[in-house]
Structures are given as structure tokens and as C-alpha cells.
Design a protein around this ligand. Structure first.
Ligand SMILES: Nc1ncnc2c1ncn2[C@@H]1O[C@H](COP(=O)(O)OP(=O)(O)O)[C@@H](O)[C@H]1O
Ligand SMILES: [Mg+2]
Length: 607
């Protein structure tokens, strides 16, 4: 089991990283905002509703003030109604407007955000799956997955809630403070004098709490990695009776989480009690001082009430900013990571190329000319070192050699997963790059050693080779691939669900499905990468038969370490450490007593 706890905890931790809010980052996020463009009308309308609902919110305390004053017989300001009932009706009318407007604001924002997000998700996903293979070499699937799920959800939250909430709170804050000053400048001044203390304490505690909760989250992610790894390798854990070892490991990790969380609780508790003191202290202070002002006649009871309500608005707005700000920062971090993918250069495949129409037909002549290749992720290691060979249309060319010799790499190069640093691959005498990548991949099929089936029916899995295939075509291909019999043996036949949640197929059965898939695709060039090497002899016979049908009339590159399968090949290439060390047919190669082929076959057949 790979112990990659460190890696995954840092990539997991990434979900919580935030970015500074600065011009450069805002510019970046504005690139994502172009996804709002198609829905800008609705977005603007939502904004108007948002402003309306915030402004109507501000009107309430003012109405309450007038109501209380009128009830006490104080004449209201010019233009204000002077009957309690009129004011009550007015308040309800405003309330109705506010409720109405709030509904549409939420409805519009959610619709716009969901649609825009679906667009971003679609683009990101398509971009992701059209990225060159090398991109995937350096990244874990979980990490990429979290771009589409976690990162985009963060952006979504920001678009649907945070943005609106921020605007609302800014309106409440600015409006609230202005009104506070109008109601009583003296009280406001008194209030503002407490503010700096709270701000300083908030910044201090906030920093400490954030730091500790980040540590706790990292530790938790680390312990989750243990769970994940153990479950993935559960058969290993059981086979080695390491249950208690894993449980101890998990326990140790959990203890650390608790330790950090408890340390953090000191700050949290301290902060909470401080805030409670300040909050109620401030309220008490305002009522105290306000009552003195009322006593002196400088302030009406309604004024004091309105003042209290507006201060609650302002206080709540201030209190909500740190979280809103943090959300925006997280969204910025998330957008950066999403944009990173959207900016990667992908393979030239268009989203509309689902008809898979072939423009340049390949007849099956394949030629490697002095190919030198290293994987981009490990540039210093030469994997193919001057490989040249030729396969004429319809020929069977076998590639043999010890494991790690570079055989599968040859397959990857033919499919254009990677590109050689030196040398050239020719199809029908024309260089690789003269063909569209899709044309090449549409005319090359591979049957790998380990066939992965998608969650879905057998029918769908075979049709993956040709999406437009009819049921008859699929059954025809399955018959040729020796798969029809076992498929119809299932109660649901071709509609049997396979994959993770369905029926588990044996290696040989999966292999034959892959062969049926390849038959449907009808490629000019076929690559078998150790297609039969993990099978028992009975299924190998069935698969081998199916392969014979599949190889008929097309160029076949047969990669094998079991030599029994390749005696009939027109040409055998023996590869060792990235170099071709021998070439010829079975008979010719056996003639060289010093040769690697002779050596390998001696190991396998004891001849
Ligand atoms: N995606 C990859 N990134 C980096 N190195 C790789 C990758 N795939 C294979 N290699 C390395 O390239 C060499 C040849 O691998 P491969 O072609 O799979 O060998 P074979 O199929 O002959 O067993 C090996 O040393 C292997 O470690
Ligand atoms: Mg291999």
C-alpha cells in the first residue's frame, strides 16, 4: 500500500487555501465572470431586487420610531403619517414588498449561478479529459475530482449567497451608520469609541483561531487518508492481520486532532466570552447613556429604540464581514485552481466531434523511425532509445522483452498519448503530425491487459467502440469475440449491469468484451498489450480464438511476454532497455544461441 499521507493531506489542505484579494486575483475571477454573461439580464434584475430588499429592511426601525413616538403623543417629522394604524399598515405594505422582492432575488440568483456553474463545470470537465496524458501523470484523480466538485461548489456558494449577502450587508452598514448619526450623533460617537477595542481583539483572536483550525483540518485530512488507504487495500490489511496496526495508527492520528482542537478551544472560548461581554456591555452602555439623554430631553424613546435596532443591523453587518471576506478569499483560491485547468493546453479534440468521422484513412502501414523517447515526468530516463521498425498493412508484429523494456510505451506513442522527442512515426508513409489526432485514435484500437469496464450495461460497454452501433452489430461483434455465450448466460443478457456496482466479470470475460469493442471499432491498426497474459489457460484459449478473428486483415502489434502467443507473427521485435536487440521471425530468432529471444524462450518452454 502506498503511504502517501503527506501528499494527500497537502492536496486536501488545498481546499481550504485562500487567496489574497488583490487586483490580479480579482482580474482572474473576472475571467470566470464571463460565464455570467449569457444570464446578465437576470443577474442585473436580481441585483435590483437585492438592493430593494436591503433598502426596505432599513426602513423598519424608522417606522417603529415614528410609531412609538406617535403613540406617546409626539408629533412626527414633516411628511410622516401621524396615526399608529396608518404606520402599521405602511409597515406591513413594505414587509409585503420585501418578502416579494426577496423571493425573486433568491430565485434569480440561484438560477443564474446554477446555470453558469453548470457551464463552467462542463467546460472544465471537457478540458480535463482532453488534456494530454502527461497532465494526469502528475496529479491524483482525487485532486482533479475536487476541482470539479469542491472548488466549483465554493465558487457556487459565493455566487449564490456570499456575493448577495455582502452587498446587502454593505447597504445595511452604510445606511445604518448614516441613520445612526442622524438619530443621535452623541450616541454614535460613544459607540464608535468602543469599536477599536473589539476590532483589535477580533483580529488577534481570529488569527489564532484560524491558524489552529487549519492545523486541525490538516490533521483530520491526514487521518482520513488512513481510512481511505486502509479501505482501498482492505484485503492487504486482512491478509497481513494488520487490523490493530491500522486501528492504532488511526487512533494516534485522531488523538492529535483532538489535542489541536482542544488547544484551539481556549482561543474560541476566550473570544466568545470577550465578545459576549463587549456585546452586552455595549448594549447596556448605549441604553444607559441613551436613557440619560432621554431624561435630559435630548432624545425621544422612539429615537432610542430606533437607535438600538440600527445598531443591531450595523453590528450584525460588521460581524458578518470576516466570514464573507473569508468566503470570497476561498472562492478566489478555488477559481484560480479551476482557471489553471481551463488554461491548460488540451489536445485538439472538439466537443462536437462525437460523430467520429474519419477524414484521412489509414491503411495500416506503420513505421517507427529512430524513435527516442523519455516520459515528460521523468526526463532523465531514456525509455525508447532509437527504436525503428516497420509493419506493413495486415502484418502481425510482435514486441517482446523483459518488463520495463518499453513495450507499452510503444503502444502509447502509436495512440499519441505522448510524443517522441526525436524520430518519427509514420502511418502509410506520412508523418504522425499530418493526421488529425482523432483520425489516428479512431483507427487504432488497443486491448490492454487489464480491461476496465464502465458502470453500465454490457451492451453499452461494447458500444463504447462505436457509439452508433445497433443491437445486431453489438451481438455480432460479441459472437465473434467469443463473448455472446457467457453474456446470454446472464439473466439480463446484454442488459446486465457491470462495473463497480454491477456484476463482476472475470479477466477473460472482460477481455472478450474489450475484443468485441475493438471489433466494432474496426481499426486499421490493432495493439494487444499483454492481452492474454493474466488469464488462465481455458480463458486464454477463448480469448486467443477471439483475438485471431480480431487480428484478421489488420496490422497487429502484439505485445507479449508469453511467447507461445507469437510464434506465428510475421516479425518479432525483441526490446531490451529501450533498444531493439533482435528482429526476425520465430525460427530466425531461435537460430541465435546468444540471443535474448532464445534465452527468454528457453526460460518459458525449456527447449
Ligand atoms: N507514465 C509514465 N511516466 C513515467 N515513466 C513511465 C511511465 N510509464 C512507464 N514508465 C517507465 O518507462 C519504462 C518502460 O515502461 P513500459 O513501456 O510500461 O514497459 P513494459 O511495457 O515493457 O513493461 C519503465 O522504466 C517505466 O517505469
Ligand atoms: Mg507493459
Amino acid at each position: 500500500m502506498a503511504r502517501n499521507g503527506l501528499n494527500s493531506s497537502s492536496s486536501r489542505g488545498e481546499e481550504f487555501t485562500k487567496s489574497k484579494i488583490n487586483k490580479e486575483n480579482l482580474q482572474k475571477i473576472s475571467e470566470l465572470l464571463k460565464y455570467l454573461k449569457p444570464y446578465q439580464g437576470k443577474f442585473a434584475l436580481g441585483m435590483v431586487f437585492l438592493l430593494l430588499s436591503s433598502l426596505t429592511g432599513l426602513a423598519f426601525p424608522a417606522l417603529i420610531k415614528v410609531m412609538v413616538d406617535v403613540a406617546q403623543g409626539i408629533k412626527p417629522d414633516y411628511g410622516m403619517p401621524n396615526s399608529v394604524n396608518t404606520i402599521g399598515y405602511l409597515a406591513f405594505a413594505i414587509l409585503f414588498v420585501q418578502a416579494f422582492v426577496s423571493f425573486f432575488r433568491i430565485r434569480l440568483f440561484v438560477e443564474v449561478a446554477e446555470k453558469a456553474l453548470a457551464d463552467i463545470r462542463r467546460d472544465t470537465y471537457f478540458r480535463m479529459i482532453t488534456l494530454p496524458m502527461n497532465f494526469f501523470a502528475n496529479r491524483r484523480v482525487g485532486e482533479l475530482n475536487s476541482r470539479i466538485s469542491a472548488d466549483l461548489s465554493q465558487i457556487q456558494d459565493t455566487l449564490t449567497t456570499t456575493l448577495a449577502e455582502m452587498i446587502r450587508q454593505i447597504v445595511l452598514l452604510i445606511g445604518g451608520i448614516s441613520i445612526l448619526i442622524m438619530v443621535s450623533g452623541k450616541l454614535t460617537l460613544f459607540n464608535l469609541s468602543i469599536l477599536p477595542i473589539i476590532v483589535v481583539a477580533g483580529v488577534f483572536f481570529g488569527k489564532a483561531i484560524r491558524k489552529i483550525s487549519r492545523q486541525a483540518q490538516d490533521k483530520l485530512a491526514e487521518s482520513n487518508t488512513i481510512v481511505e488507504e486502509t479501505l482501498q487495500g482492505i484485503s492487504n490489511v486482512k491478509a497481513f492481520v494488520n487490523e490493530s496496526f491500522e486501528a492504532n495508527r488511526y487512533d494516534k492520528s485522531l488523538r492529535e486532532v483532538v489535542k489541536i482542537a482542544v488547544r484551539g478551544s481556549n482561543y474560541r472560548g476566550g473570544f466568545a466570552s470577550f465578545i459576549i461581554f463587549c456585546l452586552f456591555g455595549a448594549i447596556m452602555g448605549v441604553i444607559w447613556y441613551g436613557s440619560i439623554l432621554v431624561q435630559q430631553g435630548g432624545l425621544s424613546v422612539g429615537d432610542l429604540l430606533a437607535y438600538m435596532l440600527y445598531s443591531v443591523f450595523v453590528g450584525a453587518a460588521m460581524g458578518s464581514f470576516p466570514e464573507l471576506y473569508a468566503n470570497v478569499q476561498k472562492a478566489l483560491g478555488a477559481s484560480e485552481r479551476v482557471l489553471e485547468i481551463l488554461k491548460e493546453e488540451n489536445e485538439p479534440i472538439s466537443i462536437n466531434s462525437n460523430d467520429n468521422e474519419i477524414k484521412d484513412i489509414i491503411h495500416g502501414n506503420l513505421s517507427f523511425q529512430n524513435i527516442h523517447f523519455s516520459y515528460p515526468s521523468r526526463k532523465d530516463i531514456v525509455v525508447l532509445d532509437g527504436v525503428s521498425f516497420e509493419a506493413k498493412a495486415g502484418e502481425k508484429v510482435a514486441v517482446v522483452g523483459p518488463s520495463g523494456a518499453g513495450k507499452s510505451t510503444i503502444a502509447s506513442l502509436i495512440l499519441g498519448f505522448y510524443h517522441a522527442q526525436r524520430g518519427e512515426i509514420l502511418f502509410d508513409g506520412k508523418p504522425f503530425k499530418d493526421f488529425a489526432l482523432t483520425d489516428i485514435r479512431n483507427q487504432v484500437a488497443i486491448v490492454p491487459q487489464d480491461v476496465i469496464l464502465f458502470g453500465g450495461t454490457i451492451n453499452e460497454n461494447i458500444a463504447y467502440g462505436k457509439l452508433t452501433a445497433s443491437d445486431e452489430e453489438i451481438a455480432e461483434a460479441a459472437k465473434k469475440a467469443n463473448a455472446h455465450l457467457f453474456i446470454t448466460g446472464f439473466p439480463e443478457g446484454y442488459e446486465t449491469v457491470v462495473g463497480e456496482r454491477g456484476v463482476k466479470l472475470s479477466g477473460g470475460q472482460r477481455q472478450r468484451i474489450a475484443i468485441a469493442r475493438a471489433l466494432l471499432k474496426n481499426p486499421a491498426i490493432l495493439i494487444l498489450d499483454e492481452a492474454t497474459s493474466s488469464l488462465d489457460s481455458e480463458s486464454e484459449r477463448l480469448v486467443q480464438e477471439a483475438l485471431e478473428v480480431l487480428m484478421k486483415d489488420r496490422t497487429s502489434i502484439i505485445i507479449a511476454h508469453r511467447l507461445s502467443t507469437i510464434r506465428e507473427a510475421d516479425q518479432i521485435i525483441v526490446l531490451d532497455k529501450g533498444k531493439i536487440v533482435e528482429k526476425g521471425n520465430h525460427k530466425e530468432l531461435l537460430q541465435n544461441p546468444e540471443g535474448l529471444y532464445k534465452h527468454l524462450s528457453a526460460l518459458q518452454f525449456e527447449v
